[in-house]
Design a protein around this ligand. Structure first.
Ligand code: PEP
Ligand code: MN
Length: 338
């Protein structure tokens, strides 16, 4: 960290800054200039916060020079990390498409969804049993019995399952039904207690970007999970909120490139919650793969117009099949497989 002090400072003021640095176990390096005095804090600066210094007399500004996230950063791990989801590798040369309905509705709906997911050539399946709905009066998900339906349907086609965890108290049910990857939704990206809880379990975590979160906040949230011991984390860009109202969210394609540079962990994209309309999903999927995404999380329903949740954005089984073909061609153009 660098602490910048003004030109009319006293030795006592410098001394106070130095003492604070040393109390945190770091060393201070003082560089006196004509107009400014700059103090460098040398050591593990993650223990320091800018506010510890900016409130002191004589201090103009304080800034970190090292990244606040460590385990998830590419600086600490140069190679791409491949996360294993129930035997399916995510983050390697092969792109994975995770498909399935927004929510688990009935056994019959899940049986059909699993069959169509498998027939389209997808190796992973999604489906929400615990649903984060804007209205408390809307369908809230089938809960634990939904997990049972999901597990049963997916088992027939040996599809590993991805589903959202909203509360740490649901973890026992997730373990009972052996959920293969835990999804943390956009609304919980900064639910730090939930992040700490999944940091302690031995299951891959798909961390969606908060709808108004910066990339740095997103990386710090992943660091919360990693700091607990669970390094099997996948980032999922799902669109952010802006002034635009023509679509549900704005897919931040730039974030894919930035994250691939900043972290060694896999990055996937959810084109369904980004666009909010099924007809946008192919275009956004193609853009995501072209920009370097390692996978997609796509909503598909056996009969979209009958879906209990997010009907507008669900692909039909035939549309998913078609997307696998066109997305595969893009993957091939950039030297990857699907
Ligand atoms: C979902 O994937 O079903 C979902 C609710 O997504 P998000 O958290 O991105 O809104
Ligand atoms: Mn949905």
């Amino acid at each position: 960290m660098i602490i910048v002090m003004g030109n009319e400072i006293t030795d006592a003021q410098i001394g106070t800054v130095v003492k604070k640095i040393e109390a945190a176990g770091l060393k201070a390096n003082i560089s006196r200039g004509i107009e400014r005095t700059v103090i460098g804090a040398i050591g593990d600066e993650r223990k320091l916060e800018a506010e510890m210094f900016t409130s002191l007399p004589g201090v103009e500004s304080a800034m970190h020079i090292a990244k606040q996230y460590k385990i998830v950063s590419r600086e600490s791990h140069k190679q791409n990390t491949i996360v294993d989801i129930g035997g399916v590798p995510l983050g390697g040369n092969q792109i994975q498409i995770i498909a399935g309905p927004c929510s688990v509705e009935t056994q019959e709906q899940m049986d059909l969804a699993a069959q169509f997911t498998h027939e389209a050539g997808c190796r992973l399946m999604r489906g929400g049993a615990f649903k984060p709905r804007t209205s408390p009066y809307a369908f809230q998900g089938r809960g634990a019995e939904g997990l049972a339906m999901f597990r049963k349907a997916a088992a027939k086609f040996k599809l590993p399952i991805v589903t959202e965890l909203m509360d740490a108290r649901q973890l026992d049910a997730f373990m009972e039904y052996d959920v293969d990857a835990i999804q943390i939704g956009t609304r919980n990206m900064q639910n730090f207690d939930l992040l700490k809880a999944v940091g302690k379990v031995n299951k891959p975590v798909i961390l969606k970007r908060g709808m108004s979160a910066t990339i740095s906040e997103w990386l710090m949230s992943a660091e919360y999970i990693a700091a607990g011991g669970n390094h099997n984390i996948i980032f999922c860009e799902r669109g952010i909120r802006t002034f635009e109202t023509a679509y549900r969210n704005v897919l931040d394609v730039t974030a894919i490139a930035v994250l691939k540079k900043e972290t060694h962990l896999p990055v996937i994209v959810d084109p369904s919650h980004a666009g909010g309309k099924a007809w946008m999903v192919p275009a956004l999927s193609h853009a995501a793969i072209a920009a370097g995404a390692d996978g997609l999380l796509v909503e598909m329903h056996p009969s979209p117009c009958d879906a209990w949740c997010d009907a507008d954005q669900a692909l039909t089984p035939a549309e998913l099949k078609k997307l696998m073909g066109t997305a595969g061609a893009i993957a091939q153009a950039i030297g990857r497989t699907l």
